[in-house]
Design a protein around this ligand. Sequence first.
Ligand code: TGC
Ligand code: FAD
Length: 387
Amino acid sequence: MLDYYGLEADLSEEERMIQESAREFVDETVRPDIGEHWIEGTFPRDLIPEMGEMGFYAPNLGGYGSPNVSEKAYGLLMQELEACDSGLRSMASVQGALVMYPIHAYGSEEQKEEWLPKLGSGEAVGCFGLTEPEHGSNPTAMETRAEDADGGYRLNGSKTWITNSPIADVAVVWARDQTDPDTPVRGFLVETDRDGVSTNKITEKLSLRASITGEIGLNDVFVPERNLLPGVEGMGGPLGCLTQARYGIAWGAVGAARDAFETAREYATDREQFGAPIARFQLQQDKLAEMATQITLAQLLAHRLADLKERGDMRPQHVSMAKRNNVRMARNQSRIAREILGGNGITADYSPMRHMANLETVYTYEGTHDIHTLILGEDLTGFAAYE
Ligand code: TGC
Ligand code: FAD
């Protein structure tokens, strides 16, 4: 596996063990059938509890059954999952960073005890409802409302493009807590079997096909007071979760690029044209040299980001730079890998084109590439340029 600057030599024993066990799990259990799942547009649901058993959901959190592993170990895990398929990493990102994290960071003791063990083991599935049909890049303008009701709240609105909503037991839903649009956004735990909740599946995706995506319709849904996340008010709530998930993506995308590179390197070494392996030709070596360089730069960024996170110095803007760079890198390099495979490269028998198609989603969700450019632009100049 490409590790040109020997970064893995500095891993702790725990980090190495997590990386190796995730690699083995993916190779033995997921990789053989992932192309078929991608073609069929299905997620291998029997893996959900297996991934829980492996400790893949938010192992970087402390307590409630989570082992509190290092941020680097968590990143390496995301990298190995996405080296198989972005849909697999999405499953772990949403369950861990977008559902367990807000419960852990903002939830009541009762909510933590009820949900964290079940979500960690994969017995329950969660989803994160922020995006709305009319408000994607600008979720602050959300229209979903939570009005006071006897003993709780009544939710109305709709969320869309929600990973796992059709199979979720619980949704973290972000809404304004009154009819006044100036009141702060609040987070609610909404069990999906409540009256008035619908979760239609979005079909015909040409990207992230081995992942289930849907809507969340909320039609006069009553949730009791105890379902409000008490520990946060305002957009810092959902955006704080995004920082956690974007961190995982910055690592994960490197895995997709590395897998595309390794597939291309092997193919170039085996495939002969004009009486020699195509790896013998300078044009192909140029592509491989550039891919290896770009992947190595992204690995360095991810490792440094982990160090910053571990010691509490990571700012959301650091995460934006890494998400923006590493996903763009993976999107570009998986396409070059596809080229090296010639005609075979357009089939699901090889991973590069599947990664390439998946990365269109990864480039778009968790803040589009453009939005991260604007976040960095604001940080560097002091001028916000969203409007
Ligand atoms: P702004 O005024 O800048 O901030 C509001 C409050 O939030 C705080 N904050 C953050 N906190 C933690 N992490 C971050 N990344 C934060 N960004 C901002 C900020 O300090 C402030 O706090 P306070 O206490 O002062 O109130 O917010 P804004 O309304 O101007 O928004 C800025 C903008 C455009 C950057 C933001 O809206 C944004 O990031 N938009 C992109 C939307 C997005 O990423 N959506 C993702 C949806 S979830 C998803 O895609 C899951 S895919 C899952 C999968 O399958 O893997
Ligand atoms: P828009 O915001 O409409 O953007 C369209 C284009 O305009 C983009 O190119 C964008 O970069 C550009 N643009 C927007 N604003 C500006 C600006 N100010 N300046 C310059 N350019 C701009 N959301 C969730 O809440 N939970 C999930 O689990 C989830 N999972 C997802 C899974 C998939 C497969 C996909 C595709 C999306 C998912 N999302 C999820 C939604 C995702 O976060 C949004 O798609 C994303 O935030 C972009 O929103 P949008 O699609 O509405 O695009």
